[in-house]
Design a protein around this ligand. Structure first.
Ligand SMILES: Nc1nc2c(ncn2[C@@H]2O[C@H](COP(=O)(O)OP(=O)(O)OP(=O)(O)O)[C@@H](O)[C@H]2O)c(=O)[nH]1
Ligand SMILES: [Mg+2]
Length: 605
């Protein structure tokens, strides 16, 4: 029987997980000579590469001495917390990375809490010790205090600690040790992470934690084998969360080696392999012995906290840029997403619209971004938090928020967050002269806050947040103050009128861009919406003769991205998303109707 270790690498965003996995792949000699590999090799999909963040958990395998180590790299961003939760039950240990300067951050708490909940003993890796301002001892204290606060047991409090610079390829047991290579970390994994329990002699039990597909064999489930063996060509039972069972034969069995996948004929308890042959295989399903099927516990992840209504584009420019524009197509795509993404939910709302729920704006935004790249066209409304009722009390999600600001911005940060119903729990002066403020805040209060915060702190503030728990609803939270500049005509925007409108606020559009009545073309400098005309040209003769046209200098418009739009829009606005454009519009395109609605709203208050 092969000696196997299964680990997940977990941490707050950017603390160096994927970079560490690079080095483990590199230094274990997993790559073939001359194999060309990119930096952060595990971040393999397009959006991950573009943004330099991990979105999906992915597994790889290396050989170290006589051991096989299966490693799962996980995302650190709070919105993808479900990706961490779904893999923690598949491993027997975790490497918890903590940035030696930033220390324990909101998502460090979230992932460690989950790991502790699964009974795992973390191997703590204090990373980026090369950084100026790093303070490994302070960070170690923070980790210890956190474990105590999380009610860790005695074994867990005895966690091993290493100091590392993943980027520079070394880890060591003591700060004084020589900075050489990753061998101390390999040794820590071998010594400190327990072997898988379960036996190849038992009846087969395996669980799917990732779904994949292959043009030739169809759906593939990446599974952890907990007991028994799986053999190519043999028949097994697939047991779903609802208890339904289907019998099928394994048509292809795939093993992992570095970035490669290799066909194998058999694998046994403790290992992680990919299985093809079950046409309706889903994340969380069990693959069991056909005569004695004992299903594994279905996966549990935290419920979504944020939802957005996605609907068919019905604006004047609808259908011009997208390939898939119908309600049926959108529904099909969303249903497919829900099969693999166990942290998201989708609910048809009638009226060609769907409620899509997830952990945050980024998670929903990435789904929308993937869809537009696939040729979809649709609209999104303002994100709303998912409230629920407990014993007759309305509850809403709260987040743990940490902001780091230069001292001079401390006041404005506290003031603005106060308006958003944040409750300050901690104020810590940091060694680099900045102030760290910690808050508990309703998730609602964070919608649209990032932009304002960056402006208020002249781009120097850093904010991080992560899901805390549901608490009683807190009443009204302030939202965007500036109004919208709304086009009152259809056509192509004209440079000269954009120039004239610049004094009214910040423009979102450039000359020649298509606009329509009811489309938002800029942010007004004042509260309250303003109907404006971006099509009003100057008579041509004038243009040629006046000479003053030299002065028509246009300010670069603010670029509307999917996520900035999600942060920015109000309840009466929508985002129109196509493969080529992201536009903001009023829900009601008719100016008179908008005025009527506004009046009614005011009267009802
Ligand atoms: N100075 C320094 N920078 C590092 C070190 N390790 C990683 N980085 C840098 O930190 C940044 C983030 O690294 P990643 O490996 O993508 O971090 P991650 O934890 O995988 O990020 P997410 O998956 O998005 O949560 C990159 O710019 C790395 O080059 C280190 O030891 N020292
Ligand atoms: Mg990563």
């Amino acid at each position: 029987m092969q000696k196997i270790k299964n680990i997940a690498v977990i941490a707050h965003v950017d603390h160096g997980k994927t970079t560490l996995v690079d080095q483990l792949l590199q230094q274990s000699g997993t790559y073939a000579d001359h194999q060309e590999v990119q930096e952060r090799a595990m971040d393999s999909n397009d959006i991950e590469k573009e943004r330099g963040i991990t979105i999906l958990s992915k597994n790889t395998a290396i050989t170290y001495g006589d051991h096989k180590i299966n490693i799962i790299d996980t995302p650190g961003h709070a919105d993808f917390g479900g990706e961490v939760e779904r893999v923690l039950n598949m491993v027997d240990g975790v490497l918890l990375l903590v940035d030696a300067q930033e220390g324990v951050m909101p998502q460090t708490k979230f992932v460690l809490k989950k790991a502790i909940g699964f009974g795992l003993i973390p191997v703590v890796v204090i990373n980026k010790i090369d950084k100026d301002g790093s303070d490994p001892e302070r960070v170690l204290d923070e980790v210890f205090d956190l474990l105590v606060a999380l009610d860790a047991n005695e074994d867990q409090l005895e966690f091993p600690v290493l100091y590392a610079a993943a980027r520079d390829g070394y880890a060591k047991w003591e700060m004084e040790d020589e900075s050489k290579d990753m061998i101390p970390l390999f040794d820590a994994i071998i010594e400190k992470v327990p072997y898988p329990v379960g036996s190849p002699e038992n009846d087969t039990q395996a669980q799917v934690f990732t779904l994949d597909s292959d043009n030739f064999v169809g759906r593939i489930g990446i599974t952890r084998i907990f007991n028994g063996k799986v053999k190519k060509g043999d028949e097994y039972l697939l047991v779903k969360a609802d208890g339904s069972k289907t019998k099928s034969r394994i048509s292809k069995l795939i093993g992992f080696k570095g970035l490669d996948r290799i066909e194998i004929s058999e694998a046994e308890a403790g290992d992680i392999v990919a299985i093809a042959g079950f046409s309706d295989i889903d994340v969380g399903d069990s693959i069991c012995d056909k005569s004695n099927p004992v299903a594994l516990d279905p996966m549990h992840v935290e419920e979504p906290t944020l939802s957005v209504i996605m609907s068919v584009n019905n604006g004047p420019l609808a259908g011009q840029e997208g390939k898939h524009v119908t309600s049926n197509k959108i529904q099909e795509r969303l249903e497919k997403e829900m099969e693999t993404n166990i942290a998201m939910r989708m609910e048809p709302m009638g009226d060609a619209s769907f409620k899509v729920s997830g952990r945050g704006e980024l998670q929903i935004g990435i789904l929308a971004e993937n869809m537009r790249r696939e040729g979809f066209e649709f609209m999104l409304a303002r994100p709303e938090v998912v409230t629920k009722e407990e014993n007759g009390v309305k509850m809403e999600p709260f987040e743990h928020l940490v902001v780091d600001v230069p001292e001079e911005f401390q006041g404005v940060a506290i003031e603005k967050l106060g308006k958003r119903k944040a409750n300050m729990t901690l104020l810590t002066p940091m060694p680099d002269g900045t102030i760290r403020l910690e808050f508990e805040i309703p998730a609602r209060g964070l919608i649209g806050f990032r932009n304002e915060f960056l402006t208020d702190t002249k781009g120097e503030g850093i904010m991080n947040h992560s899901y805390l728990e549901y608490r009683a609803y807190t009443g009204v939270v302030v939202s965007r103050t500036p109004g919208a500049l709304v086009s009152m005509d259809d056509g192509e925007a004209v440079a000269f009128s954009i120039f004239n409108l610049q004094s009214r606020g910040v423009m979102f559009i450039s000359p020649q861009e298509k606009v329509y009545s009811g489309m938002v073309i800029g942010e007004s400098a004042r509260p309250g919406d303003l109907d404006v005309n971006p099509l009003k040209g100057k008579a041509l003769t004038n243009m040629r003769t006046s000479g003053t046209d030299e002065a028509v200098k246009l300010v670069t418009p603010r670029k509307i991205t999917l996520e900035s739009a999600m942060e920015w829009i109000e309840e009466d606005e929508l985002i129109e998303i196509t493969p080529e454009s992201v536009r903001i519009r009023k829900k009601s395109l008719d100016a008179n109707e908008r005025k009527r609605n506004a009046r009614n709203k005011k009267n009802s208050k």
